[in-house]
Design a binder for this molecule. Structure first.
Ligand SMILES: [Zn+2]
Length: 257
């Protein structure tokens, strides 16, 4: 009996015990601890700022997300910082920015980040007629897919979406769910739309992360203050014992590669 319990405990602990893979050139890297698959059937909406539940994360596990890019100057710096620490994140692209800067969108994919969607031009969709709102969503997905994969389609390879300004409504949430697209909210955000120094930004987001203890973190890779504070931020997460979880669509390879 005790052996069965021991095996059961080992099975539960196994995912936690998986250490991040070695990071070339940086033995002290934060790394990516594990990968979880997210499926709209079981997790249609995640992030406790606006929804009742979030991703199944352990204490001190974080999922890093970046909205509104890709943007020249800042997105490459964000990608450099993530690469240096072997951290995988999720980028919610704006279609018009992916159209203008496809090379950075492709780089995000090439460096094994997840590439989700965030409309074409960032309007608030909650008070728009449903058909118009969905056309805006689809236009964004089409441009993102063309930038990243060279094919225009409204059925995205990575069915992850975040509403601009979190402005959704019941009809739109139902549509996304029917389409098998996971809607990402957030558990904590950096408020990096407010101008502040990189140092202020760093202190603010670390304090908020300490408060929530785990969850989906929202940044904007279009912001210079965020790009600048990212290297010390990742370093500090490691020092404080936080671990990074990468989210991928269901059916993707759930392993680090
Ligand atoms: Zn946005």
């Amino acid at each position: 009996m005790s052996r069965i319990i021991a095996l059961a405990v080992a099975a539960v602990l196994a995912p936690l015990a998986a250490a991040a893979e070695p990071c070339p050139g940086n033995p002290q890297a934060l790394g990516t601890e594990r990968v979880i698959e997210v499926d709209a059937k079981t997790m249609p909406r995640v992030g406790r700022k606006h929804f009742p539940s979030t991703l199944p994360l352990q204490r001190k596990e974080l999922v890093l997300t970046f909205d509104d890019g890709p943007w020249p100057g800042t997105t490459p710096k964000v990608l450099d910082a993530l690469k240096h620490e072997c951290v995988r994140a999720t980028f919610f692209l704006l279609g018009k920015n992916a159209e203008a800067n496809p090379q950075f969108a492709r780089r995000a994919l090439a460096e094994a980040h997840s590439v989700g969607h965030h409309t074409y031009s960032h309007p608030l969709l909650d008070h728009m007629p449903l058909a118009k709102a969905e056309a805006e969503i689809n236009h964004g997905i089409e441009e993102d897919e063309y930038a990243v994969y060279g094919q225009r389609r409204t059925d995205p390879i990575t069915p992850f979406f975040r509403f601009p300004g979190f402005a959704s409504n019941r009809a739109l949430l139902d549509r996304m769910s029917e389409r098998g697209i996971v809607v990402f909210g957030a558990d904590v955000w950096a408020s990096d739309w407010l101008p502040m120094s990189p140092d202020q930004q760093l202190r603010l987001i670390l304090a908020r992360i300490e408060q929530v203890g785990r969850g989906i973190v929202l940044f904007h890779d279009t912001k210079a203050q965020t790009a600048q504070m990212l290297p010390p931020f990742l370093h500090e997460l490691k020092r404080r014992g936080y671990r990074i979880v990468h989210v991928v669509p269901a059916g993707s390879r759930g392993v680090l590669n």
